[in-house]
Design a protein around this ligand. Structure first.
Ligand code: PEP
Length: 253
């Protein structure tokens, strides 16, 4: 794997200023586990405050408006989140695809805006249970990714892919190690074909879906798993750091 394992907390629509103590605890502890790269994506309202707490961890956003600053009531542009201290944005998350009917076309426009503002991207993909049970998971995920992988020259350097089976998000269910490995290998092959092997090797592929301290070690040691996108377990420093510790120990193994 080209880089350190990347452990990213997605706080979703959770967190008030009271959560800043968790961010501080995550940041201070991350300084002791430098074998993992650690980041959190708080809601917009906390990006700047978490950025001010963060000496070690990266801070990102969970969405962005696909366009320039201007007359778009209630929206937040890429340059605004960059100004608040965000270095990356999560795009294509299944909750946004479902709750806001986000299409690949819209996601592509968001990717362009984020790249233009100098942000890194975590591009999410994943199949529903129905698709997996129909035996079409790989075909579905690769099609989803093919529709959105950025083609701009230096885009791959700022790209992370997160494979998140929709049925595993927030459910306590995880895909089997065999299925995770097979999907990550298929994604790697697509990245190799799209960017060439050398550039593709720079793109980490994260797994997401009910990653917890007690399953992190097993998941993070699967070939081609370059880290984890963590929802529920990122909301407390204790559980999130359990995953960070597992990641830095997996690096030692
Ligand atoms: C997520 O929403 O990206 C996620 C993986 O959530 P959870 O860890 O709660 O399944």
């Amino acid at each position: 794997m080209a880089e350190r394992p990347y452990i990213v907390g997605n706080w979703k629509m959770n967190g008030t200023r009271a959560m800043l103590s968790e961010a501080r605890a995550i940041d201070r502890a991350a300084q002791r586990y430098m074998k993992a790269e650690v980041a959190v994506a708080p809601p917009y309202t906390l990006i700047h405050a978490v950025h001010r707490e963060a000496e070690q961890i990266g801070v990102g956003a969970q969405d962005v408006f696909p366009g320039e600053d201007g007359a778009h009531t209630g929206d937040i542009s890429a340059s605004m989140i960059a100004d608040a201290g965000a270095k990356f944005v999560i795009l294509g998350h299944s909750e946004r695809r479902a709750d806001h009917k986000e299409t690949n076309k819209l996601i592509n426009a968001k990717i362009d805006s984020a790249l233009d503002a100098g942000l890194r991207i975590i591009l999410c993909c994943g199949e529903t249970l129905k698709v997996r049970e129909a035996g079409e998971a790989e075909e579905f995920v690769l099609k989803q990714l093919k529709a959105s992988l950025p083609q701009i020259d230096d885009a791959a350097e700022r790209l992370t892919v997160a494979y998140e089976p929709v049925w595993a998000i927030g459910t306590g269910k995880t895909a089997t190690p065999k299925d995770i490995e097979a999907m990550h290998k298929a994604i790697r092959q697509l990245l190799d074909e799209t960017y060439g092997e050398e550039t593709s090797a720079e793109v980490r592929i994260l797994y997401g879906g009910s990653v917890k301290p007690d399953n992190a070690r097993e998941i993070l040691s699967i070939p081609e798993v370059g880290g984890a996108l963590v929802g529920g377990a990122s909301l407390s420093a204790e559980s999130f750091l359990g995953i960070v510790v597992a990641a830095s120990e997996t690096e030692d193994a």
